[in-house]
Design a protein around this ligand. Structure first.
Ligand SMILES: [Zn+2]
Length: 483
């Protein structure tokens, strides 16, 4: 066997793929899609949650195909791999003895590409492509060792290799299958000498490109970034980290600009995945803001810091009122007025009427006014995730109206007993994704200020990123540049 070990590095036990599960996985994209939608709704911008353009696979198969099975290409394997014959040898991920996966004869044999369409079964697609039913079943059994064949998505491509290894027969029989359902791995199936099929996982090496992109903001940051072809997950991360400090609805002016630096991963020239945002820059009315991703060496937590080493995250004040006493906690209680057991979705702080109430964190006033049983009520949106609400107030702080900006500690109102209330107190709620949560139970990210050795190490890392950025041209069109 000439190529016995030459392709060993192409085969990886599938357990190694766990390394790539987080960033770039379908779940990851789904989470970022949800975040974009959430942030998009918050800052009042249009949302396009179509991620398929960033997946080479989906992008290639997005077009509609008239027939349930379509032949996309027919070509020899050397055109794809540059290898005169492909011998795949490697340990199987399930620990079974090394399987010899042989595709040597495929050089002269046709490769067909099939595609799963709505309502198709994998067996059906294989049979339509000319695979004998018995072969289809045993090939699928081999495939099933590495992927759930029932979970294949509509549009999934399957590469089929045919050959004639039995001189007593005329027809071409299935020799191999290659199916890539993940960004970084494909499953290969190949016929063995005894006629059975064996499978192995092939790791796909992506090309990494350090990418610097930027542009002017004409209408909204979101639109500008989208026009520049910035992946949605990167846009949402940018908005998330700046929402602690920037009100994207009010503070963006024409002529403002953004800049980003991140790694983009490509498979055959198509961007299939992005790394974390390593740097985010925003110029607002001529003033530059810079944020750098940094993982603290002492606790291992990654966060975004400004040039002085101050985290962008701002913790909420634990008690938004001075000298007050917690009189009722979060959870079930017998309601003092209604008399029956009711979930108390906030904290009550007893205090004298007129005691100032402070904004628990920086943010934008989402509502300020009478609000039913809440009485005089203020709600502050702090970022895409968190808001806080204050109820039963006797009056509002100066300038506290819908849309106005507050800083942590600003007086937003005064203790009272308006609405459904038995006496002067502040009813305080923390809302996470529009749901009341127990303020004492949530893990509010705290804003850390790096100091000492940690600050030194941050500055070294920041300078390294600055050098990398300075050495790169600014890409104005990301997707176009990648194609
Ligand atoms: Zn209450």
């Amino acid at each position: 066997m000439p190529n016995e070990n030459s392709r060993l590095d192409e085969i990886q036990p599938s357990v190694q793929l766990d390394l790539h599960r987080h960033v770039g996985s379908p779940a990851w994209f789904a989470r970022t899609a949800a975040l974009v939608m959430m942030v998009g709704a918050t800052v009042g911008i249009g949302v396009h949650a179509n991620f398929s353009v960033y997946n080479s696979y989906n992008a290639a198969t997005a077009g509609s195909v008239p027939s349930p099975f379509s032949m996309i290409a027919s070509m020899g394997p050397s055109a794809r791999s540059g290898q005169p014959g492909l011998s795949l040898t490697g340990p199987m991920s399930d620990g079974s003895p090394i399987a010899r996966v042989l595709l040597e004869e495929v050089d002269s044999s046709p490769v067909k590409q099939a595609r799963i369409m709505r309502g198709d079964t994998l067996a059906g697609v294989l049979v339509k492509a000319g695979v004998e039913l018995a072969d289809a079943h045993s090939a699928i059994t081999a495939l099933s060792e590495h992927l759930n064949v029932r979970r294949l998505k509509e549009g999934q491509e399957i590469e089929l290799t045919f050959g004639n290894d039995d001189p007593t027969r005329d027809e071409q029989t299935l020799q191999g299958i290659r199916l890539q359902s993940e960004v970084e791995s494909a499953v290969r199936v190949a016929r063995q000498d005894d006629g059975s099929f064996a499978s192995a996982v092939e790791a796909i090496k992506l090309d990494t490109h350090a990418t610097r992109a930027g542009g002017e903001i004409d209408e909204s940051l979101y639109v500008a970034m989208q026009k520049a072809g910035v992946p949605h997950n990167v846009i949402s991360e940018f908005i998330r980290i700046y929402s602690w400090d920037v009100d994207f609805q009010r503070e963006i002016q024409p002529g403002d600009s953004f800049e980003i630096f991140f790694d983009r991963y490509e498979d055959k020239g198509q961007m299939v995945k992005t790394g974390p945002l390593l740097y985010a820059g925003l110029t607002l009315s001529g003033k530059q803001h810079h944020l750098y991703l940094y993982t603290a060496s002492d606790d291992g937590n990654a966060d975004y810091y400004d040039e002085k080493g101050q985290s962008v995250r701002k913790a909420l004040l634990k008690t938004p009122i001075d000298g007050a006493k917690l009189t009722s906690g979060f959870g079930n209680r017998t309601h003092p007025i209604l008399g029956y057991t009711k979930m108390h979705k906030g904290l009550d702080f007893g205090a004298a009427k007129g005691t100032p109430i402070h904004a628990a964190g920086d943010g934008t006033i989402e509502m300020a006014g009478a609000n039913g049983s809440y009485g005089n009520y203020v709600r502050i949106r702090h970022n895409g995730t968190f808001a806080t609400a204050y109820a039963h107030m006797s009056g509002f702080g100066k300038g506290i109206t819908k849309g106005s900006r507050v800083r942590q500690g600003d007086v937003i109102g005064y203790v009272g007993t308006t609405g459904r209330s038995t006496g002067p107190h502040l009813h305080y709620e923390v809302l996470k994704e529009a749901r009341q949560v127990d303020p004492r139970g949530i893990k509010m990210p705290t804003g850390r200020a790096l100091a000492g050795k940690e600050l030194d190490s941050f500055k070294t890392a920041m300078d390294r990123v600055k050098d990398q950025i300075a050495a790169l041209p600014v890409t104005k069109q990301l997707v176009a540049a990648a194609e």
